[in-house]
Design a protein around this ligand. Structure first.
Ligand code: AMP
Length: 282
């Protein structure tokens, strides 16, 4: 397994390799790999002859320094996990200084309003950071396809937009949310939950599933009310937001137009750990 820590070394290696292969698949991650990430890696391995997985905790997408500080880092075990899957995977784990060519700074993007909804309201500057790091990573890897999880559905839509803005010839492949047995979406942040918090956090997916079941029989107002009540008196989980939004523009739905596609989005705090999830409604 090859591990590269600079853009220059990675580019040289890929340049040599791409003379014999043209299908480069890329899975960008922030590491502390779990089954959710690995589901993207499996798909990428099946559909491409060369697979690059990046492991980089991107400072410009964190609006909260404590969250950045506490974000789990596990490079050695991540490499072991990937190696078990395939020795042909290329790992790219640059330093911030090397990737950003100096101090990390975000480009200011206009994502057509996608950046102002949900996560954008609660994490100021987050999507400029995401757009910027992925632009830099795409330039380093030069992939044909990039694999991103629907777990971060808003991010997925924003990356599709960034690829359009930057005119990258890259196919963006959205991958289904991979869940633990009781429904909690795999996340690197789950590691920071206590046993009790982790078990209680199944309520997030249970609630989304309930919304899905009742979608079409209850109004948006009633569904919002139902979700607020579920979390109102909960001892361990605090609701930050719940929204039903149009999949295309991510605008909050006030009424349902059955010709459109909707998803329900949720962000919940378990003490200081922030968990997000979403579900397709129709
Ligand atoms: P992260 O390391 O959290 O930045 O995630 C890297 C990629 O893995 C992103 O495209 C995420 O959406 C995706 N991902 C994270 N958790 C899951 C999951 N439970 N199911 C599917 N994809 C996921």
């Amino acid at each position: 397994m090859r591990v590269f820590t600079t853009v220059e070394d990675l580019k040289n290696h890929i340049k040599n390799k791409s003379e014999i292969t043209s299908e480069i698949g890329f899975v960008p991650t922030m590491g502390a790999l779990h089954e959710g990430h690995m589901s993207l890696v499996y798909k990428c391995l099946v559909e491409n002859s060369l697979v690059v997985v990046s492991i980089f905790v991107n400072p410009t997408q964190f609006d909260n320094l404590d969250d950045l500080d506490k974000y789990p880092r596990a490079l050695d075990s991540d490499i072991e996990l990937l190696k078990k899957k395939s020795k042909n995977i290329i790992v790219f784990a640059p330093s911030a200084k090397n990737l950003y060519k100096g101090d990390p700074k975000s480009i200011h993007y206009d994502f057509g309003g996608l950046e102002n909804e949900m996560e954008g309201k609660f994490r100021v500057g987050h999507f400029n950071g995401v757009g910027t790091v992925l632009k830099l990573l795409f330039e380093a890897v030069n992939p044909n396809r990039v694999y991103l999880g629907e777990k971060d559905f808003q991010q997925l839509q924003i990356v599709k937009k960034m690829v359009e803005i930057e005119k990258f010839p890259i196919e963006v492949v959205g991958c289904e949310i991979y869940r633990e047995a009781h429904g909690l979406a795999y996340s690197s942040r789950n590691e920071r939950l206590t046993k009790l918090q982790r078990s209680e956090a199944k309520l997030i997916f249970e609630t989304l599933s309930r919304v899905k079941n009742e979608f079409g029989t209850k109004s948006v107002v009633e569904l919002n009310e139902m979700v607020s009540q579920v979390f109102e008196s909960h001892e361990l989980l605090k609701l930050e937001y719940f929204e039903i939004a149009n999949v295309e523009n991510l605008k909050t739905a006030k009424h349902i137009d059955i010709s459109k596609k909707y998803r329900a989005f949720i962000a919940v705090f378990a003490d200081k750990v922030r968990l997000i999830d979403n579900i397709a409604l129709n």
